[in-house]
Design a protein around this ligand. Structure first.
Ligand code: C5P
Length: 237
């Protein structure tokens, strides 16, 4: 496999083509952004930590029968992935109230949600990723009814796998965002699963160990990501 040209540069990752049209290289950079790119900083080691963290989690999910985009770890900061036709929506499951849910509904942060909630957001920076529902997704052709049902089912399956994985490491999976795409006609989990796209709290102290440390200027961002990874047994170089 040969890495070729830059295809797309996102806020934290760069995607490259390869000599195989069905495969891409994902490069995790040190760039960290929040508030639609208003706050951007370079955090040393974050690319390596997120690449290795993502590889660990995606492997756990594959082993649990969830199809993922990930093929293999290529280097500290790069992974080989399948080229998906991405569905332009984000799937968010929440086990505990935090973030935009607290702001939107005026509920108390930290309240356990029973049952966990599910939300779709449209991926559109200019519109600040507005919340959409299944009717919007189907009517505008962003996904089919069947794909919508599968995205929900897989996102909840990820919850049951990861909630217990994190619980065993003394961590509370507060919420997370997933993105899906289509590969060879099959719905596949794409993008990444790292502390950049989920909320993780220490189960006892409720200390925030995710990107909220960056959003809220709490410091120790990469240290917290490493702490989470080490508790799970992720190997960082
Ligand atoms: O901001 P909000 O509370 O809606 O985020 C819910 C979850 O989805 C959080 O874990 C957040 O990190 C993640 N998220 C994300 N990318 C976005 C929006 C939310 O990773 N564009």
């Amino acid at each position: 496999m040969e890495k070729r040209n830059e295809l797309y540069r996102g806020k934290a990752k760069t995607v490259y083509t390869t000599d195989d049209p069905s495969r891409l290289v994902l490069e995790f950079r040190n760039d960290t952004s929040a508030f639609d790119g208003e706050k951007v900083e370079q955090l040393e080691d974050k690319g390596m930590v997120n690449n290795r963290f993502n590889h660990f989690i995606m492997t756990q999910l594959e082993n649990a029968g969830i199809p993922t985009q990930l093929d293999e770890l290529l280097s500290d900061t790069e992974s080989l992935v399948k080229k998906l036709d991405m569905i332009p929506v984000e799937c968010v499951v929440r086990n505990v109230a935090a973030g935009s849910l607290v702001r939107r509904l005026g509920v108390e942060e930290g309240k356990t949600l029973n049952p966990p909630t599910f939300e779709f957001f449209l991926k559109n920076d200019a519109l600040h990723d507005p919340m959409v529902n299944e009717y919007h997704i189907e009517a505008f052709g962003w996904a089919t009814k069947d794909q919508i049902a599968q995205m929900k089912e897989l996102t909840f399956k990820v919850n049951s796998v990861l909630k217990s994985l994190f619980e065993q490491a003394g961590l509370l999976l507060v919420d997370y965002k997933l993105e899906f795409g289509v590969f060879d006609g099959q719905l596949v989990l794409g993008d990444e699963f790292t502390p950049d796209g989920c909320r993780l709290w220490d189960a006892d102290t409720r200390e925030k160990l995710d990107k909220d440390r960056f959003r809220q200027g709490l410091g120790g961002v990469v240290e917290a990501y490493k702490e989470v990874g080490q508790r799970l047994g992720v190997k960082f170089s």
